[in-house]
Every structure is written in C-alpha cells, then in structure tokens.
Design a protein around this ligand. Structure first.
Ligand code: SF4
Ligand code: SF4
Length: 309
C-alpha cells in the first residue's frame, strides 16, 4: 500500500491534509505534557493525566502499530458572527453538526477503502476522543506546525481544521515536520483577553475562555468578569487574529460544517428543560457543555452587562 493510495482515499473523503509518521515513542512530547500537567494547566481536564503510557506509545493502543496517518479537514466558512445585543457567541467549530459525527463516518469509510486495497490493513482511528496526542502527531506528520496559541497551522488552510489520526500496522514513507512560521508574531498572545497564553506555545486552561465555557464543571471565576467579549461557548479570538487565517481563508467543501447557529440568545436557557436542551443540541458540539454549563455561561455574560449598566 502506498502513500499515494492513502492520499487519494483521504482526498476523496474530503480530508485536505494528509501526513505520515513512524509510530515511535513520544518521549520529548510526553515530558512537555508532564511539565504542563505539573503546573496544573489542564485545570479540570483530569482525563489528560490518565493513560500517559498510551499517549506516549501508540503500540499500547494497536500492538502492531507501525505508522500514524494524520488527516486534516477544513471547517471554515465565510460566515461572520452577528453581534446582536443579548446574544452570546459560539466558537466557529461548533456552528454546524458535531464534527465527531461527520468525521467518525469518514474514518470508517477510510478504513474500509484501505482494507479493499490491502486486506491486512489494521487501524485504530481517533478524533480528539482517546488517549492520543492528536496535535503532536499532526505536527510530526508535517501537515502543519504548532502555533504559539497551540493550535496546529497549515500553510495551505490556516488553523480552522479538525485533526484525525489513524494508527495502522502498515509501513509508509514518512514526512518530516515543517518549519515554524510564527516568526516574531505575537498577535494571538496579545489579543487573548484573559492572558491564557502564558508563554509562547503554552496555554493555561484555567484562564482560557474555551475551557471555562465548555469543559469546566465549576463556576467561572469572578476575575474574568468583563473579559469574555460575549463568548458563550468556546472562543476564537487567538485564531481570528492569526495572520495565517486572515491570509488564506478557504471555505470548506463539507456542507455539514455550514453554520446553523453562530450565536444564541442569552435568555434561551433560562426556562429550558434538560429534555429540550438534549433535543435541540443532540447533534451539536454544544451538548458537551450540558444545559447547566450553558446556563452558567449565559448568566456570566448577562452579569457583565449588569456591571456595565
Ligand atoms: S481561546 Fe480565547 S481565551 Fe483561550 S487562549 Fe485563545 S484567545 Fe485566549
Ligand atoms: S497569531 Fe502569530 S504567533 Fe499566534 S499562532 Fe498565529 S502566526 Fe503564530
């Protein structure tokens, strides 16, 4: 089985980016992760502390692992937030249907198509749901470099793409990581309203609006009052200001990523029941925050208005 065959399949399924890495142990990367964890920058995401052995060594996931194929799929559309009073902004990645549902289906098709070419093809596939360092593999495979905001950036399509990884038993020709094209730029660090990018390439989740409005199970600390810029679910500021996203925006060909809602009414959650929430957001990434989280986020933004009035 050749790189070209895999690239052809990936492109047929809509993955714009494809790269190949040898399934080696991630020694340096695990050391960096450990330092980040020791500083408690993972905040409440305790799952990051688990399965470090698998994160370091993908052969603990697929015992005959030889390669990792990294795939990137663009979700950018040229829609813009409509800054209506009383509404909170949704992060771009959550405007359409839940990307897991879209990409899982594509990954199943990807594996089936690979097996048609080579019946010995074995694979474990991931899109940010397992003990796999998605961004690390993407960088190793050369599909992009790690930006100072810690999102992977492609020279071709910027950073508005989802990363999937396929651990497989087949050998390929491997790519080299590409250069870091951030250069002297610090736009993301300067623009972050909560100073969550505590150093180049290091984000403290405790301060990140994305974490605070999605994964966070507790209250939003008062110190962030007035700093949320109306973000109700996630935050795109550091990616919005990145010159690589401004220079080369390319609209996705995947219609299911097209926006359904990019902002929500802040009073929408006041009287919503759990059943209504589940029904409305059943196939949306917003379900991740649960009704309780969305109510908390909406109340936090509403409080900011009150403090300004
Ligand atoms: S997502 Fe928002 S809060 Fe988090 S690092 Fe980027 S700009 Fe800062
Ligand atoms: S805004 Fe500048 S420093 Fe930040 S990721 Fe983009 S290019 Fe790198």
């Amino acid at each position: 089985m050749t790189n070209e065959q895999i690239i052809h399949i990936a492109h047929q399924l809509g993955f714009e980016l494809v790269g190949f890495s040898k399934a080696e142990k991630l020694k340096d990367e695990i050391e960096h992760l450990q330092i980040w964890l020791d500083r408690n920058y993972q905040a409440g995401m305790s799952y990051m502390e688990r399965n470090l052995d698998k994160r370091e060594d993908v052969s603990k996931i697929l015992d005959n692992a030889v390669s990792v194929i990294s795939l990137g799929i663009n979700y950018y559309t040229d829609h813009r937030h409509n800054q209506k009073e009383g509404y909170g902004k949704i992060s771009r990645y959550a405007w359409g249907k839940d990307y897991h549902l879209i990409v899982w289906q594509k990954l199943d098709q990807f594996v089936d198509m690979c097996k048609e070419i080579d019946s010995s093809f074995q694979a474990k596939t991931y899109i940010d749901t397992g003990p796999v360092l998605d961004k690390v593999w993407a960088v190793r495979s050369g599909i992009g470099w790690m930006g100072k905001h810690t999102n992977v950036i492609s020279k071709e399509i910027g950073s508005w793409f989802f990363i999937a990884n396929v651990i497989t038993n087949i050998e390929f020709n491997y790519n080299e990581p590409i250069a870091d094209f951030c250069g002297n730029c610090t736009a993301c660090i300067d623009a972050c309203p909560t100073n969550a990018i505590v150093d180049e390439y290091i984000v403290d989740a405790n301060k990140c609006i994305s974490y605070l409005t999605i994964e966070n199970k507790g209250e939003i600390p008062e110190e962030f009052k007035g700093k949320f810029d109306n973000w109700l679910f996630g935050c795109d500021i550091c990616q919005d200001v990145c010159p690589w996203n401004i220079k080369f925006p390319q609209v996705t060909v995947e219609k299911e990523f097209y926006p359904r809602e990019s902002e929500l009414n802040l009073i929408e959650f006041d009287n919503m029941t759990n059943n209504q929430f589940k029904k409305k957001f059943a196939d949306s990434p917003i379900s991740r925050a649960k009704l309780k989280g969305m109510k908390r986020n909406a109340d936090f933004i509403k409080k900011q208005y009150e403090s300004f009035s």
